[in-house]
Design a protein around this ligand. Structure first.
Ligand SMILES: *Cc1c(COP(=O)(O)O)cnc(C)c1O
Length: 452
């Protein structure tokens, strides 16, 4: 008998089931993304921003392969949920969206990262992608590209309101305004937006951080005033990431830019659980167990002997390691040299004859695998090689012991964002509810083998 700790997947068709089986044969682990959850999360974010007619549009931030969920499927699900903008960090991501057929008739796309001389501004302008400018060199390059392409660039002016990353500082803004006005009067740029990014909007319980966000907002509004006074008023102001979208309706302005909320997570557990905001984590990471065997008490587990089995027990191999993006910092220790310590590893849901059970990474995470101490006899639990286990999923309540990416983030001392974005392409992304969420012409843009 093989026990399955994964949810009972509902496949759209026999082909979907065949795709699932093929993925399980080919890879020892699978990343399953529920497009319905993505669509519903976006619909929820649109509702939080007052609905489609509120004057506030919502951008689905799909940078970094949609936080590891898959750029095109996630973007299409976001559009199905009511996003009218998509945001990417790198230019090639924006170009890939347009190349896939997501045209300007369907949504605006903004991209914001570039460096140095080799910037494909001309391709971006030709593809009708909005670009960010935050330096004088950037303004010059965008304008040169617009001249070459023969069409004005749509730009969003990035303001550093206190984040200390990209954008013009208040002190440098007079010069920027001068350059922007000049290029606008030459017809080389259209000033579409004004934007900035918040540093600590995810810490609503820390008074000094709330104050610092208030200051960033005040500085943002001063930038707007200066643009208005110079006759280059932005049509679209945007400042809110997920944290501010959820908690600061006053700064939704004309556009919000949620990323992590689209994927079903709150930005920081200090803000509460995703359920509190009616968001549902879209990704499940599952794997099939390798070798399951009995070992004696005091058996060293993995490199460095940082875990010694406290009792006679069984162990199981999970075929995912740091080469797949499982954080080595999510290792679990009970020993440091000769000293006893307790450092909890990342959690894994296994299924036993007695019901679901949570076990943790025991010893160091290796390149391709890690080990679970099952804390008991595998035979008595009915746990066998080939059983499907779940590293994280939507977190279906205490009773089913399903960990979330937040639990892995705690074990690895990081944030859920890094848990998803580190997952490498050695793990296939498979999509649930694709046919339910996407119109046929969108469905045709997905890799057919990825549809469950
Ligand atoms: C990533 C990013 C976002 C989205 O942030 P979340 O915390 O995931 O909502 C918004 N704006 C910018 C500039 C970003 O880089």
């Amino acid at each position: 008998m093989s026990l399955n700790a994964a949810p009972q997947w509902v496949f759209s068709s026999e082909q979907g089931q065949a795709n699932y089986k093929a993925a399980c044969r080919r890879y020892p682990a699978q990343c399953i993304v529920d497009l319905k959850a993505l669509r519903d999360n976006m619909a929820r974010l649109v509702e939080i921003c007052g609905g489609p007619d509120s004057g506030t549009a919502v951008m689905g931030v799909v940078k970094a392969d949609a936080y590891g969920h898959g750029l095109i499927p996630a973007a299409l699900a976001a559009l199905a949920g009511g996003a009218t903008w998509l945001g990417t960090a790198q230019a090639h991501e924006a170009l890939a969206l347009r190349a896939a057929g997501i045209g300007p008739d369907r949504c605006r796309i903004l991209t914001w990262m570039y460096s140095g001389l080799e910037v494909p501004f001309d391709e971006l302008i030709a593809a009708d992608v909005d670009v960010s400018v935050g330096s004088l060199a950037g303004i010059a390059r965008v304008s040169e590209a617009a001249r070459r392409v023969g069409r004005p660039a749509r730009v969003h002016v990035k303001c550093d309101t206190g984040f200390g990353r990209n954008g013009f500082t208040p002190a440098a803004f007079d010069e920027a305004i001068k350059a922007l006005r000049e290029e606008q009067s030459l017809g080389l740029i259209q000033i579409i937006g004004q934007w900035s990014h918040l540093a600590v909007a995810d810490a609503p319980n820390v008074p000094e951080f709330v104050k610092s966000t208030d200051t960033q907002i005040a500085v943002f509004d001063e930038f707007t005033d200066r643009m208005r006074a110079a006759g280059i008023a932005p049509q679209i102001r945007h400042l809110a990431n997920t944290a501010a979208t959820l908690s600061r309706p006053k700064i939704h302005y004309e556009l919000t830019r949620p990323g992590i909320g689209l994927y079903g997570y709150e930005p920081d557990p200090a803000m509460g659980t995703p359920q509190r905001y009616h968001l549902k984590p879209a990704m499940t990471l599952q794997a099939q167990l390798g070798t399951v065997k009995d070992v004696e008490a005091g058996h060293g587990i993995s490199y460095g002997r940082t875990y010694l089995t406290p009792q006679n027990t069984s162990t199981a191999i999970v075929p995912l390691g740091y080469a797949d993006g499982i954080h080595r910092s999510a290792s679990g220790f009970d020993m440091e040299g000769a000293k006893h310590v307790e450092k909890l590893g990342g959690p894994v849901r296994i299924m036993t004859k007695q019901g679901p059970k949570l076990e943790r990474v025991s010893g160091r995470v290796c390149m391709d695998q890690f080990i679970l101490d099952l804390h008991g006899s595998a035979a008595a639990m009915g746990v066998e090689e080939g059983d499907t286990v779940v590293l994280f999923g939507p977190g279906r309540g205490e009773a089913v012991c399903e960990p979330t990416a937040d639990d892995w983030a705690r074990a690895a001392e990081t944030i859920s964002y890094e848990i998803f974005t580190c997952l490498r392409n050695r793990i296939p992304r498979l999509y649930l509810n694709a046919a339910e969420v996407l119109p046929p012409e969108d469905l045709a843009l997905l890799d057919p083998a990825s549809i469950l």
